[in-house]
Design a protein around this ligand. Structure first.
Ligand code: SAM
Length: 292
C-alpha cells in the first residue's frame, strides 16, 4: 500500500515541496491523523461498489482513504493551487476525479449522472470548510440528490445544533431543516491537534442518513421552513409573538394565527424550541391556508 498522505511528516514535506501557504478564508485545516480519517471513512460504510463525493480534498488526505475502499471518488476543490498537488499525491489512484469548482456553484446532480452512471450507492464524505458548512449541507439536502447520506467533519457547535432534540438550547431551525431530510447523529468529537493549522474551534463528525420520506409530510415544504425560521426569530419570545412579527402581514392576521395554533393543539404561550417536528408540521399546514 502507498504511504499515507495524512501523517505530519508527509504532509509537511508535500506542503514544502509546493511552497503551499494556507488560506484561512477557504477554511483550509488539513487532517494529519490517519486513524481519524479511517474512522470517518468507516462511518460512511462504503463498499467496493460505492461512489464517494468529497468536498474540499485539500492535498488528498481523505480522498486517498476513500479511493482505497470505494469504486470511485469525485472531489470538488475551489483552490486552483491544490490541483497540481492533488494530481501528484493521488497519482497512485485511478478512481479519483477532481473537479475544480466551488461546490456551492456546482450542478451536483449532473456530476452524479455523468460520473456515477453505474453506481447506486453514493455517500458524501468530507472535512468541510467551516466558513460554509451550513450552506453546503443545506444545498446537498435541498437538491434532493440521490445520495445515501453525508458523513462530515464540522464545527462541534454546528454539529450540536444539527443533532439537537426539542427542548434543548441548541434546538432551532437548523436542527429541523436537517432532521426533516435525514436522521442526524454526532458520531465523533475530534481534538484540534489532528489538524494543520489547528482551527480555533472544536470539531465533530456527524452522520446524516437520508430518510426515504421526509420526517413529516407537509402541504408546502418552503412554507414549513418559513414557519420554523419565524418561530425561532427571537428565542425568548412566544411562538405567537414570533409568528405575528415574522410572517407576512402577521400582525393583521393574529386571529388567524391563533386559530391555526388551536387547530394544531399548540399553546400560543409556548416557545419555538419546545415544538417537535411533527408539531411544526401540523402548525405549518394549519397556517398554510391563511398565508398562501
Ligand atoms: N479534505 C482535506 C483534509 O481533510 O485534509 C482538506 C479539508 S479543509 C477543512 C477544506 C477544503 O475545502 C480546502 O481544501 C478548501 O480549499 C476547500 N474549499 C473551501 N471552500 C470550498 C468550496 N466552496 N467548494 C469546494 N471546496 C472548497
Amino acid at each position: 500500500m502507498n504511504k499515507d498522505i495524512a501523517t505530519p511528516i508527509r504532509t509537511r514535506s508535500i506542503l514544502e515541496k509546493y511552497g503551499f501557504s494556507f488560506k484561512k478564508s477557504l477554511g483550509q485545516n488539513f487532517l494529519i491523523d490517519t486513524n481519524i480519517l479511517r474512522r470517518i471513512v468507516d462511518f460512511a460504510e462504503l463498499s467496493e461498489n460505492s461512489g464517494a463525493i468529497e468536498i474540499g480534498p485539500g492535498i488528498g488526505a481523505l480522498t486517498e482513504q476513500l479511493a482505497r475502499v470505494s469504486k470511485k471518488v469525485v472531489a470538488f476543490e475551489i483552490d486552483q493551487r491544490l490541483l497540481p498537488i492533488l494530481s501528484d499525491t493521488l497519482s497512485p489512484y485511478n478512481n479519483v476525479k477532481i473537479i475544480h469548482k466551488d461546490v456551492l456553484e456546482a450542478n451536483v446532480q449532473e456530476v452524479i449522472d455523468t460520473e456515477f452512471a453505474n453506481i447506486e450507492d453514493i455517500m458524501v464524505v468530507a472535512n468541510l470548510p467551516y466558513y460554509v458548512t451550513t450552506p453546503i449541507i443545506m444545498k446537498l439536502l435541498e437538491e434532493h440528490l440521490p445520495i445515501r447520506g453525508i458523513v462530515c467533519m464540522l464545527q462541534k457547535e454546528v454539529a450540536d445544533r444539527i443533532s439537537a432534540s426539542p427542548g434543548t438550547k441548541d434546538y432551532g431551525s437548523l436542527s429541523i431543516a436537517v432532521q426533516y431530510y435525514t436522521q442526524a447523529e454526532t458520531v465523533m468529537i475530534v481534538p484540534k491537534t489532528v489538524f494543520v493549522p489547528q482551527p480555533n474551534v472544536d470539531s465533530a463528525v456527524i452522520r446524516l442518513t437520508r430518510r426515504e420520506k421526509p420526517a413529516v409530510s407537509v402541504k408546502d415544504e418552503n412554507f414549513f421552513f418559513q414557519v420554523t425560521k419565524a418561530s425561532f426569530a427571537q428565542r425568548r419570545k412566544t411562538i405567537l409573538n414570533n409568528l405575528t412579527s415574522q410572517l407576512p402581514d402577521g400582525k393583521q392576521k393574529k386571529e388567524e394565527i391563533l386559530h391555526a395554533l388551536q387547530a394544531a393543539e399548540i399553546e400560543p404561550s409556548r416557545r419555538g424550541e419546545t415544538l417537535s417536528l411533527e408539531e411544526f408540521g401540523s402548525l405549518s399546514d394549519a397556517l398554510y391556508d391563511y398565508f398562501k
